[in-house]
Write a protein that binds this ligand. Sequence first.
Ligand code: FES
Length: 127
Amino acid sequence: MTAPVRVEPLGVTFHLAPGETLMTAAQRAGYWWPTICKGSAQCNRCAVQVIDGAGLEPRSAVELAGLRAVRWLSGQEDERDRLACQLTASGPATVFKRGVKPLATEPTQTDPTQTDPTQTDPTQEET
Ligand code: FES
């Protein structure tokens, strides 16, 4: 059974498999999640603020160490802070995280003023 975790302000719900982290579930669903360390609890770029954490599993020792090493370095700990690369859930929850976005599925737009030299003009006949 999966746990639905909603991410605001994006307004998207990711369904976490047992033991799966929020960041991994989002990436599996085709979303980009801010990260530098790629999920090793070192950069804190993935951090979220918990809005409703009823279904979240408690922090692991790895997550606590990661938060204390960067985000809570001043000693001021905030119960709402979680690392999405470590956060797992067994029930519904809602978190806040800016910067999460769908990976591009559309081809990038090209500049219409630029011409592709490999393309021939179909209105011109070859002689
Ligand atoms: S991705 Fe770096 S701490 Fe979570």
